[in-house]
Design a protein around this ligand. Sequence first.
Ligand SMILES: [Zn+2]
Ligand SMILES: [Zn+2]
Length: 348
Amino acid sequence: MMRRLPVYFLIDVSESMVGEPIEQVQDGIATIIKELKTDPYALETVWISIIGFAGKSKVITPLQDVITFYPPKIPIGGGTSIANGLKELMKAFDTDLVKTTYERKGDWKPIVFLFTDGIPTDESTSAIELWNSNYRTKSNLIIISIGDNTNLNLLSKLSDQVLLFNNTNANAYKEFFRWITASIKATSENINNTSQEGINLSKANGHIIEKIDTAKQFEIPDDNYVVLNGKCSHNDKLYLIKFRRQFEDFGLMDLQSKFYKVDGAYKIDEITYKEFSNHQDYLLKISTDELRGNPPCPYCGNRYALATCVCGGIHCIDDGVENTCPWCGNSGFYGSSESGFDINRTLG
Ligand SMILES: [Zn+2]
Ligand SMILES: [Zn+2]
């Protein structure tokens, strides 16, 4: 058997990724696979696995060769547990990787691309220690912060290769995934030609991919997003409503008000959502005073995806018709409320 070059994608699938980021990652992975299928070196050596982490983590596609690889649907879950993602990765290393023995040469050092866009919601010290003591030197981990809303101090504890990806538009994503493809190709070509261990990262456009100084201390940013979990009152299916933080300037010194502007309402798959979610904490609350905009339901076309019931459940409604809450079965007519009210908020 050929020595394999295992490539792992460890992907943050938390709720803040819903919408454009997850769609771009989905397309990006498909593009990488398509490209690698035309590359003789990659076809010979590269094996790929995809692991997702949110509140919980799971192998989405187990390690397999490029030719049989079919890009999976990337799920969404609640919470951001880097610790669970790392544990899943270490478990995959333990089961997947062929070690070098007297009789045979094992796999090449695996490459791991970790994508994350958020702030971890859990305690991760023990997973980080285990990673650094037993796994770090046996792999090449490249961490990519999607946007600057991540905890760079924590990411810097895992690898010397921490990169900031400025995900400003769809073109940036395209260029970013081209860079990953080129890096995988270069590494597999180098391994095939020189039989030398090591990673060859391709040269990156500095406007899109910036290297982070891992010795530096960074400020830990606030949450950029509010994500609410709703249910369609026509088909009982789940969706997420995503809001992005904005500042409003009153023109007076230091008088800035913070609010969240709607980004969209997105369909999600209930089964995978539950598999990847950590459901212990639905206690975060946000006042609707801080939320601007109410998108239509992504399933039935009801005019508003954000209505709350006395039970606390969020669901879609339309004007002037009787609406039934899909969470508790209560029905009634809705009017807009003058005073703000608190609604349940997910962990992001
Ligand atoms: Zn609906
Ligand atoms: Zn209800």
